[in-house]
Write a protein that binds this ligand. Structure first.
Ligand code: NAD
Length: 495
């Protein structure tokens, strides 16, 4: 039985998924693709097909970019108040459709339904945050330069391209496009081929609330076709990519050839440094929560746990006990705590890293391997704890599943060195009752983000981004990001 029939879908979700293929969206309507090549959209929780989406050609992607550039002058010329009012209507509409979009996302991305709804709420909140910021931006600034009349202006760029991964499809669209739209740019979104449906739903909703045609466009398809076509399009004025470092480099190269500014939000191999003075049970529960949240498919997850030797044994015992109790199941089953991974390729990757880790010297001290859920052929895996030498492949590379590599430390300096011994630099956390030590360690860990006594914290207004192999040229969620979406012009008249 397919999940689509096993779990009752909302009538609106049924209706939305009732057509196949579900085409991309450009210029206020579904884009009639002619390539005829379709990609099956699969429910990772049951392995059943949901619908198809087209693999759009490079020429079709280019048309969508032209549509976005064509819509740009009018959108940019709208008084800020009018543009903001339209975007706030979109935020309200998204919020009112939380259950619908959440269910689409749960079905397509394998995300626990309540978490998917949280992501939809986050989209609405992000859009409201950037609209409010944009309302306060001073676009003309007079410069006091002797002998000259001078000022600077800020204006939007034009059509901006966005390429997104499959792990947080809707939330990341919100983080990406909100500052671009609020400042007057138009957007072309290329969602991941596994998770394109919520983006298409968004574009339709935008049309319904009166966002002008061509302002929000969605192209669908494979990375090497539609994604590469968008990244290499010379008429995109800015590009933002979220995904793996390997593909990020390709996107950056393509943008460099056209001198298109690009920002990259990439992978991670985050550490959690746990000192001996913590509440062991509470901290262990939080890290178990982090590694099983969205089945570990979280870029900033804590996947290397460094535990002070005095509490190591007790800590690991509590983790094992809590991990045993995690209920694995279909994302639409309200009893499930951890869903599947997104596709068979990711399933093989997570299990493959466990095998490669073990065959090169790591020990699996808890779980690991595939998981089964009665009656469903989904991509389920068991959470796992590995330990061993820290040069092990499973300790160094991003696995992107519910797998943590654990190790002991003795001193603060040793813990900092262990946390920093990685190619990545996205997010780490430090856990201690000592505020001075917490601040010291948080600042000494080389990454875009350090959290204290928590992991995965994203309040609007706090910059979130990566360094080293984890990111380039920006970040998200903060006022600086909004400024990226204005280009500056200096105007000078000698007097
Ligand atoms: P991916 O790099 O394989 O794909 C991301 C997107 O790029 C998809 O839309 C894909 O179709 C597209 N793509 C693939 N090849 C392309 C090409 N040649 N040219 C242009 N586009 C192409 O990543 P994924 O597997 O979808 O996502 C997982 C990765 O994303 C992990 O590394 C994760 O850490 C990272 N991620 C980072 C953040 C962050 O904010 N830093 C957030 C979420 C995910």
């Amino acid at each position: 039985m397919s999940a689509v029939s096993k779990f009752k879908l909302l009538p609106e979700v049924d209706q939305f998924l009732g057509t196949s293929p579900i085409q991309g969206f450009a210029g206020g309507k579904h884009f009639p693709t002619t390539t005829g090549t379709l990609i099956a959209s699969i429910d990772p929780g049951s392995g059943e097909k949901i619908t198809d989406i087209p693999d759009m050609s490079a020429a079709e992607v280019s048309q969508a970019v032209d549509i976005a550039n064509h819509a740009f002058p009018k959108w940019a010329a709208l008084p800020q108040k009018e543009r903001s009012a339209l975007l706030l209507k979109l935020a309200d509409a998204v919020e009112s459709k939380k259950a619908v979009i959440g269910q689409i996302e749960a079905l397509e991305a394998g995300k626990i339904e309540a978490q998917a709804q949280g992501d939809v709420q986050n989209f609405a909140d992000t859009l409201r945050y950037f609209v409010k910021l944009a309302d306060g931006v001073v676009t003309h600034t007079k410069l006091d330069i002797p002998g000259h009349e001078a000022w600077t202006t800020k204006q939007p760029w034009g059509a901006c391209g966005f390429i997104f991964p499959w792990n947080f499809p809707f939330l990341l669209i919100g983080w990406g496009i909100s500052p671009a739209l609020a400042s007057g740019n138009t957007v072309v979104i290329k969602p991941a081929e596994d998770t394109s449906l919520s983006a298409i739903y968004l574009a339709r909703l935008a049309k319904e609330v009166g966002i002008p045609d061509g302002v929000i466009n969605v192209v669908t398809g494979l990375g090497q076709t539609a994604g590469a076509a968008l990244a290499g399009n010379p008429n995109i004025k800015r590009m933002s990519f979220t995904g793996s470092p390997e593909v990020g480099k390709l996107v950056a190269e393509a943008c460099a050839r056209n001198l298109v500014p690009v920002k990259l939000e990439l992978g991670g191999k985050g550490a959690a440094v746990v000192f001996e003075d913590v509440d062991v049970v509470g901290t262990a529960e939080k890290l178990v929560g982090a590694i099983t949240f969205h089945t570990g498919q979280v870029c900033c997850d804590a996947t290397r746990w460094f535990i002070h030797e005095k509490i190591y044994d007790q800590f690991i015992e509590v983790c094992k006990d809590r991990l045993k109790k995690v209920r694995i199941g279909h994302p639409l089953d309200p009893n499930s705590q951890m869903g599947p991974v997104v596709n068979p390729k990711q399933h093989a990757r997570v299990l493959g890293y466990q095998e490669k880790g073990k065959s090169s010297g790591a020990q699996c001290i808890f779980g690991g391997g595939p998981a089964t859920v009665a009656g469903l052929q989904g991509n389920y895996v068991q959470p796992a704890l590995l330990t061993g030498p820290l040069d092990n492949i499973a300790a160094r590379e991003e696995i992107f599943g519910p797998v943590a590599f654990v190790a002991k430390f003795k001193t603060e300096q040793e813990a900092i060195s262990m946390a920093n011994d990685t190619d990545y630099g996205l997010a780490n956390s430090v856990w201690t009752q000592d505020p001075a030590r917490a601040a010291r360690v948080a600042e000494a860990m080389v990454a875009g983000n350090s959290w204290i006594n928590a992991h995965n914290v994203f309040p609007h207004g706090v910059p979130y981004g990566g360094v080293k192999k984890s990111g380039l040229g920006g970040g998200v969620l903060s006022p600086e990001v909004l400024m990226d979406y204005y280009r500056n012009t200096s105007v000078v008249r000698p007097i």
